[in-house]
Design a protein. Structure first.
Length: 184
C-alpha cells in the first residue's frame, strides 16, 4: 500500500515538474525570438490610360515578377532558425501630378503569387477617402516564407468607382517583409 502511494506521488510530482518546464520552455522560446525587417525595392508605376469601359470593375493596376528574396543574405548565419516571413508594409502613393487623388478607387488589394502557385491575398485597403493621395494597406498575417524564397509575382488590384483619374499619373508601391527568427 505504501509503495503505491509513493509511485502515485512520484508520478504526480513528475507530471507537475514537466508542466512547469514546458511552460518555461515556451517562455524561453518567446524571449529569444526576434524579428528582422527588410524593405523591398520600391516599384515606380506609371498609370497612363484606363479604359472607360473598365472603370466599374476590379482591374490590375500593377503586376511585377520578382526574383526570389535571398533570405540567407538578409539573416546571415541565422538561416536555419527562420520561423516565418511575412509582409509588414505595403503602401501605394501618388507621386505626380500633385493635384491627383486616389478617389477613383473604391478599394484595393495586393496579392502575391508564388512560382507555380495560386495568388495569395496579403493586404487590403482601408476605406479610401476623397482627399487621400496614398493607401497604407492593412497587411494580413500570412506566412510567405516558401513563396518569397522562389520567384513570385506581386499584384496590385483596384476596384474602380467610375471617376476618371488624372492621367498620366506617377505612383509608387513600397513594400517590406518581416522575418521571424527563433533559435529554440
Amino acid at each position: 500500500m505504501k509503495t503505491k502511494s509513493w509511485i502515485t506521488l512520484s508520478l504526480l510530482l513528475g507530471f507537475g515538474i514537466s508542466l512547469v518546464l514546458l511552460q518555461s520552455c515556451e517562455k524561453l522560446k518567446e524571449a529569444t525570438t526576434f524579428k528582422i525587417t527588410y524593405d523591398l525595392p520600391d516599384s515606380h508605376i506609371t498609370i497612363d490610360s484606363i479604359s472607360i469601359s473598365q472603370l466599374k470593375t476590379e482591374m490590375v493596376l500593377y503586376s511585377q515578377s520578382n526574383s526570389a528574396i535571398n533570405i540567407d543574405s538578409i539573416v546571415g548565419t541565422q538561416t536555419g532558425l527562420i520561423d516565418r516571413a511575412s509582409f509588414y508594409k505595403l503602401k501605394f502613393s501618388i507621386i505626380s501630378p500633385e493635384i491627383a487623388k486616389i478617389n477613383w478607387l473604391t478599394s484595393a488589394r495586393v496579392t502575391v503569387t508564388p512560382q507555380g502557385g495560386l495568388p495569395i491575398e496579403i493586404a487590403t485597403s482601408p476605406i479610401i477617402n476623397e482627399t487621400d493621395r496614398s493607401i497604407d494597406f492593412v497587411v494580413k498575417d500570412v506566412d510567405m516564407l516558401a513563396a518569397v524564397k522562389n520567384p513570385f509575382i506581386i499584384t496590385l488590384l483596384g476596384d474602380l468607382n467610375g471617376n476618371i483619374p488624372t492621367l498620366p499619373m506617377e505612383t509608387l508601391l513600397e513594400s517590406g517583409i518581416e522575418i521571424t527568427i527563433s533559435p529554440l
